[in-house]
Ligand binder design. Structure first.
Ligand code: BTN
Length: 249
């Protein structure tokens, strides 16, 4: 079924939701709304995103009707900021598992993989006012029925519907996601959030490269969510954020 403004606003009332049939970037719209005073839990949703932002300056392309594209405004304590990355990956994993997907994993720090391919991108962005954290925009782009065949992403990306072999309603996905975001936002400092993230990580044990040319074996993660990587000389590196590539990529 299509995502329409009527369906979304009626369904989520009284939650503040802004729906756009087409937008440059839901993260941009949510960052602007946050800077104007949007409350925690406010959401921007679109059906088509034409200038979506990915990590490391990449473009996140979303044709109309093919994905669940949203940005949620959160107002965590600054000491819990690192937990937002975990929250994003955990709620998407929970959603996929709830749909019956068997092979769900998180590639550190927050790429969610379904059947070993990326099904969702998560991009948290932060606004500070001096030393005060104004809030976080948690952007998520979930591939629902994007057809990657014949593209350069064919071996790397996947969509929910072809993976599950059935259709899903994006409003149902959004309802589940927002409920889980609300739950984990209220439990951001809980050990159970860290555990839920860590037990789904598939990066430990793998050879990864990070920064320019440095590679090693990912051993584990620490309590802050950093990846611990041991290089060939035995030095342990604490990789805080950003991108790691697996040896095979
Ligand atoms: C990644 O590179 O893996 C992160 C991609 C994040 C894309 C989402 S889609 C919704 C939100 N709006 C954006 O412009 N980007 C994020």
């Amino acid at each position: 079924m299509n995502l329409t403004e009527d369906r979304i606003l009626a369904h989520f009332s009284p939650r503040p939701v802004r729906y756009y049939p087409r937008i440059d970037s839901t993260n941009d719209a949510a960052l602007k709304w946050l800077s104007q005073g949007a409350p925690a839990g406010a959401v921007v949703v679109t059906d088509e995103q034409v200038q979506g932002r990915g990590r490391l300056g990449r473009v996140w392309f979303t044709p109309p009707g093919t994905a669940l594209i949203l940005s949620v405004i959160l107002r965590p304590q600054s000491t819990h900021l690192g937990r937002i990355t975990m929250l994003g990956a955990v709620v998407i994993s929970e959603l996929l598992e709830n749909l019956g997907a068997a092979d769900v994993a998180i590639k550190w720090p927050n790429d969610v993989q379904l059947n070993k391919r990326k099904v969702c991108g998560v991009l948290p962005e932060v606004i500070w006012r001096g030393s005060e954290l104004l809030g976080v925009v948690l952007g998520m782009g979930l591939n629902v029925r994007i057809d990657f065949s014949g593209t350069e992403l064919a071996e790397k990306a996947i969509s929910i519907e072809p993976a599950l072999g059935r259709s899903v309603d994006r409003l149902d996905l959004l309802t589940f996601l927002l409920a889980r975001i609300d739950f984990w936002s209220a439990n951001l400092s809980a050990q159970s959030l860290f555990d839920a993230w860590k037990r789904r990580l598939n990066t430990p044990g793998k050879t990864v490269s990070f920064e320019k040319g440095v590679s090693g074996v990912a051993e584990s993660v620490n309590a802050e969510g950093a990846l611990l990587v041991r290089d060939s000389k035995g030095t342990l590196h604490t990789v805080l954020a950003g991108d790691v590539s697996l040896g095979s990529e």
